[in-house]
Write a protein of this length. Structure first.
Length: 121
């Protein structure tokens, strides 16, 4: 799977609605190798940009862990903290958690090669 670029935008629901209306009329286009992730507030962006989460985003494609527990072990971090961060990143859509094996182990998988956070539209 070819990794794309994630473009993260902070905007209100009204702004998102207006952008969707433009897109449906064909007035807005995104790059083929770019996916837009919309965050509802600057606070959520701040949580995303926490050093521990950025480190996890950088390490997943490098380490290719077979589970969250293995990721925590390879990074020499507490499992609980890594688990919370991985779930947050998956909920936002920056990584995917795949169930694998009989025990349905959650495997963190990178979806993006880079993140773009423009501060002005």
């Amino acid at each position: 799977m070819k990794l794309k670029t994630a473009k993260i935008i902070v905007e209100s629901i009204d702004e998102t609605s207006a952008r969707w209306k433009k897109a449906l009329k064909g007035k807005v286009r995104s790059k083929r190798d770019e996916e837009v992730i919309i965050l509802p507030s600057w606070e959520v962006l701040g949580k995303l940009l926490a050093p521990s989460r950025l480190q996890i985003l950088a390490m997943i494609p490098h380490l290719e862990p077979q589970s969250i527990a293995q990721l925590a072990k390879l990074m020499k971090k507490d499992f609980k903290n890594v688990y919370v961060d991985v779930k947050f990143l998956a909920d936002i859509g920056l990584i995917e958690l795949r169930e694998e094996g009989k025990r349905k182990t959650l495997v963190p998988v990178a979806l993006f090669k880079e993140i773009d956070v423009p501060f002005a539209a």
